[in-house]
Design a protein around this ligand. Structure first.
Ligand code: AHR
Length: 533
């Protein structure tokens, strides 16, 4: 078999020879020969050329008042038979804490631009209900508001990221929210907070000024939003003891003009600019669990487009901000499948398979490569919505394959990025191809090197040799996430069908780490050893 050299960050492309027949012949040949003699993947990790810190906020989460994310997912109320602390589910918090969640974005999403925070503080039985117009026209009783969210963040050990209402709110409403939550002196808002049971101000660094203001957040042009942003941002004050970080609403996927205008007209007033990219679902089937290899390929190819998106948005930001002061915040990303049969279409409840785990692993590897600019990301959404970490069914709870990726990858949080070059065969399907292997590496504060490797090919293994420049590995261990089928997922009756297992097959050979990645697998290796001059 001929090996095709490819660079890790090469954008996915079309092969010259296309056509279903050629692909079918190639697939059959691979099925026959692949197990016997797959081409070797060569990885070179530059421990001698360390890059930026991988901001732990890249492993952030997003929870919206949408479907069963907040209500049922986190919040069951103090009188619930489901074990809870002050109304918040114990099982969900315990599971999420294992991911070391750094930051949690709330209350939306599209919901944020309909949210009036004052309706959701004070005694719960007196809170004003509203209609959740974006997500199923259900009644929102506002029982989960600012105090409950801050309690959740404290229970999770996560920093809060508030997303403020620009679409249907007012500047005064936002200024009051900042004063209510973060001002420690005497003032009407701070005193109201005290009357509602919270003496000390909270520390709330991250403030998003609107959400998707090009769409559900007001259908604005970038010029109009940039002006509004400047005005709203003026009143998001850093009160003593709290330093705010202002995040402007960024582009929808490939809308580079939005980034251009925002950086040009408002760049100097912001600390971060967001970006939303959902990589969709399969080509023929949009089901989360009933799909074929064509759908698998299509989804992973689209996930890899995050690389191109980041490059192009960052190139624009670099022109206006060459010192990279403004962070790129990918505060919504992930797969978006059809809702599970029989569930409310407005609730975006979807299952989560090994394919979603691949999406997560590939995307996190891409974020690492842009760690100097991408300093926060928030996968959508934490519980019961879109590409979730956790699914619940009444008192039952399960962790998804995506959860396991976040758990395996947490070793990269706050570590130093190490550049990795990859030469690997292509994974080709239907006349298109993507690199078979994706790799990312980092060095933690204890001097251990972690290497995350993804073999996206569902049919062929990837024999791999990792050379580490500037690091001599003495010991290597690892964990693997894989399953017999592409569609493998966890259910409430079989919650541990997809879960990580120890991977003992990596060995050290002539100073390199050698392993054979099974088809459709995600592996995280840990190498301890000594730095080499
Ligand atoms: O995450 C679901 C929705 O997707 C969010 O509310 C919105 O911002 C985006 O369009």
């Amino acid at each position: 078999m001929k090996s095709i050299a490819s660079k890790e960050d090469r954008p996915p492309g079309r092969s010259a020879r296309s056509g279903k027949a050629a692909a079918a012949i190639a697939a059959a040949a691979l099925a026959f020969a692949g197990e016997l003699q797959a081409a070797e993947t060569a990885v070179t990790i530059r421990a001698d050329q360390p890059g930026p810190t991988i901001n732990r906020n890249i492993y952030g989460h997003f929870s919206e008042h949408l479907g069963r994310c907040i209500y049922g997912g986190y919040w069951v109320g103090e009188d619930s038979p489901i074990p809870n602390v002050r109304g918040i589910r114990v099982d969900v918090v315990q599971a999420l804490r294992k991911l070391h969640p750094p930051v949690l974005r709330w209350p939306g999403g599209c919901f944020a631009d309909t949210y009036h925070w004052k309706d959701a503080v004070g005694p719960r039985d007196r809170r004003k209900p509203i209609l959740n117009v974006h997500w199923g026209n259900v009644l929102e009783n506002n029982h989960f508001g600012t105090h409950e969210f801050m309690d959740l963040c404290e229970q999770l050990g996560a920093e809060p990221y508030f997303c403020a209402n620009v679409g249907s709110g007012t500047v005064q409403e936002l200024a009051d929210w900042v004063e209510y939550t973060t001002y420690g002196g005497r003032s009407p808002m701070a005193d109201w907070r005290r009357a509602n049971g919270r003496e000390e101000p909270w520390k709330i660094r991250y403030w998003g000024i609107g959400n998707e203001n090009w769409g559900c957040g007001g259908n604005m042009t970038p010029e109009y939003y940039a002006r509004l942003f400047r005005r709203y941002a003026t009143y998001v004050r850093s009160y003593p003891g709290n330093r705010v970080f202002k995040i402007a609403c960024g582009a929808n996927s490939f809308d580079y003009r939005w980034t251009e205008v925002l950086m040009r007209d408002a760049g100097r007033y912001m600390n971060g600019l967001s970006l939303h990219y959902y990589c969709g679902s399969g080509k023929k089937s949009r089901s989360a669990t009933r799909f074929d290899e064509g759908d698998w390929f299509f989804q992973l190819r689209n996930a890899l487009r995050m690389e191109e998106l980041l490059r192009r948005h960052i190139a624009i930001m670099d022109r206006y901000d060459p010192r990279k002061r403004v962070a790129l915040i990918v505060d919504e990303w992930g797969a978006w499948h059809a809702v599970e049969p029989g569930t409310n279409p407005g609730f975006l409840y979807q299952q989560n398979s090994l394919r979603d785990a691949m999406v997560a692993a590939l995307t996190l590897n891409i974020f690492h490569r842009h760690a100097d600019r991408v300093r926060m990301a928030n996968i959508a959404q934490t519980v019961n919505v879109l590409q979730a970490m956790i699914l619940t069914d009444g008192p039952r709870m399960l962790t998804t394959p995506t959860y396991h990726v976040f758990e395996m990858y947490k070793v990269h949080q706050g570590a130093t990025y190490l550049p990795a070059a990859v030469e690997c065969p292509d994974y080709a399907f239907g006349g298109e191809k993507i690199p078979q292997v994706s790799v990312s590496a980092s060095e933690d504060k204890q001097g251990r090197v972690h290497i995350s490797l993804v073999n996206v090919d569902p049919n062929r293994p990837a024999p791999t040799r990792c050379r580490l420049e500037g690091f001599r590995p003495g010991r290597v261990s690892g964990r693997i996430l894989t399953a017999p089928e592409m569609q493998a997922h966890n259910t409430f009756d079989r919650p541990d069908y997809v879960k990580p297992a120890p991977f003992g097959e990596a060995r050290i050979d002539g100073g390199a780490i050698v392993l054979r990645m099974p088809p459709k697998s995600i592996i995280v290796l840990e190498a301890s050893g000594a730095a080499e001059k």
